[in-house]
Design a protein around this ligand. Structure first.
Ligand SMILES: *[C@@H]1O[C@H](CO)[C@@H](O)[C@H](O)[C@H]1NC(C)=O
Ligand SMILES: *[C@@H]1O[C@H](CO)[C@@H](O)[C@H](O)[C@H]1NC(C)=O
Ligand SMILES: *[C@@H]1O[C@H](CO)[C@@H](O)[C@H](O)[C@H]1NC(C)=O
Ligand SMILES: *[C@@H]1O[C@H](CO)[C@@H](O)[C@H](O)[C@H]1NC(C)=O
Ligand SMILES: *[C@@H]1O[C@H](CO)[C@@H](O)[C@H](O)[C@H]1NC(C)=O
Ligand SMILES: *[C@@H]1O[C@H](CO)[C@@H](O)[C@H](O)[C@H]1NC(C)=O
Ligand SMILES: *[C@@H]1O[C@H](CO)[C@@H](O)[C@H](O)[C@H]1NC(C)=O
Ligand SMILES: *[C@@H]1O[C@H](CO)[C@@H](O)[C@H](O)[C@H]1NC(C)=O
Length: 343
């Protein structure tokens, strides 16, 4: 194109340098016609360049196939970011966009398992329960500073795959300052376009059993004198599940209602933020749900794995000391199905 343009320039020079003696009118017409031709030429060259560029971009997306679809959708909604961490260089992945997410959940809802599944993806960095540390959630400013560091990819722990992360985030329990400061956090999420994965457990009675057993083990330390919230073998699961908690049947209905309300409130607080709701039970039953999650995060699809082993298996009646009380209390209530359901 430069060559063509310079030959045009030379032509122009010749035209101007040799003032014709005969008719200035003829010259003016020639100049006008020449300018028009020139304009059309430049316009068409530009147009051709733009369309090649667009096609290349499109082809790039095409190459990553299915991934393209979700990425294109995310691009259009400005959900993708190009963070510039201050502690390292993203090197060859500097041009890969990153989606920001947060897993919002409750204790004993499978979020540990879920996060290990996500982190088994080569392009996911989910940094765990960062806000379990009290100082980080002391006030809104310390929360927002911490979030800035996470989404700038400047947070480091064993989950960091910083250079080539395509989705980065953390796991955050509702009772870790999230509900308390929901207004500012929702504003932050919307402003920085953070996507939320709500992870809830449908069977709140099972969640209650897991909570009671876990807090018992905090001091009983059943596994060779160490407390474990998650296990990696069937033997360890067996040992932990030997303990059968007693459930307060007097407060049971109120407690279940309360658990339900907390999750409903969180959904309401953050419902203007882009989100997906995932149920623990659905993940257990059907691993293909993880495909929906990967699509939501704009990730190339991968098989995800975790070493976590479920602790309380089989019917709930095996895991509650005062089962008859509990059974009687829930019979005929909206929570009756919790008695029977698996997982
Ligand atoms: C990708 O898309 C093709 C068709 O376009 C489909 O056959 C294939 O199952 C998809 N793969 C995944 C992992 O979704
Ligand atoms: C917020 O908490 C941090 C400690 O976590 C403290 O250093 C800081 O002064 C607090 N800021 C305000 C505004 O209270
Ligand atoms: C995922 O990670 C791999 C390996 O680090 C990298 O080559 C690839 O570009 C990354 N993909 C995306 C979509 O970021
Ligand atoms: C407890 O310790 C014994 C002996 O050191 C070991 O064989 C066993 O695997 C340990 N059990 C668990 C659950 O860690
Ligand atoms: C059971 O709940 C009731 C009502 O909240 C309470 O008064 C009672 O102390 C609780 N019992 C135990 C053993 O915690
Ligand atoms: C968010 O919650 C409010 C209050 O419950 C409700 O009125 C509104 O329709 C919800 N918005 C969305 C997008 O779900
Ligand atoms: C598993 O989930 C996928 C999508 O989430 C759905 O299409 C499929 O029917 C489900 N399979 C079963 C067996 O429930
Ligand atoms: C619950 O109690 C009823 C009797 O009221 C009994 O028929 C049923 O088998 C009990 N359910 C379980 C799971 O034990």
């Amino acid at each position: 194109m430069r060559n063509t343009l310079s030959s045009f320039a030379r032509f122009w020079e010749i035209l101007v340098m040799k003032p014709p003696k005969r008719s200035p009118m003829l010259l003016r017409t020639a100049v006008i016609i020449f300018s028009m031709v020139c304009g059309v030429f430049i316009f068409s060259v530009c147009l051709k360049q733009i369309s090649t560029q667009a096609r290349t971009t499109f082809m790039d997306f095409k190459v990553i196939d299915n991934h393209s679809q979700s990425i294109l959708k995310l691009m259009n909604t400005h959900l993708l970011h190009y963070p510039k961490p201050s502690s390292f260089s993203r090197n060859e992945c500097a041009h890969n966009p990153v989606l920001f997410f947060a897993i919002l959940s409750n204790q004993r809802s499978g979020s540990g398992w879920f996060e290990t599944l996500l982190n088994s993806h080569v392009n996911v960095s989910s940094y765990g329960e960062i806000f379990s540390v009290r100082e980080r959630r002391q006030n809104v400013s310390s929360i927002l500073l911490t979030l800035d560091k996470v989404y700038n990819l400047d947070w480091f722990n064993s989950a960091s795959k910083n250079e080539c992360s395509a989705a980065t985030g953390l796991k955050w329990m509702l009772n870790q300052g999230l509900v308390e400061h929901h207004k500012e956090i929702a504003e932050y999420f919307n402003h920085r376009r953070v996507s939320i994965i709500f992870l809830f457990r449908r069977n709140l009675l099972r969640r209650m059993v897991s909570m009671l057993a876990n807090s018992y083990d905090r001091y009983a330390k059943l596994l060779n004198g160490t407390h474990k919230a998650h296990v990696h073998s069937a033997e360890e699961a067996e040992i932990l599940s030997k303990y059968k908690p007693i459930i307060n049947s007097t407060s049971l209905l109120d407690d279940l209602k309360d658990m339900e309300m907390r999750s409903a409130k969180a959904l309401e607080y953050f419902n203007s933020t882009r989100h997906i709701i995932v149920y623990y039970e659905d993940l257990m039953r059907n691993h293909t749900k993880l495909k929906d999650v990967q699509e939501f995060l704009g990730l190339p699809q991968m098989e995800l794995t975790s070493r976590h082993v479920k602790i309380h298996r089989g019917p709930l009646s095996d895991h509650i000391q005062n089962w008859d009380d509990v059974n009687k209390t829930l019979k005929g209530t909206i929570y009756e199905s919790f008695l029977e359901a698996d997982y």
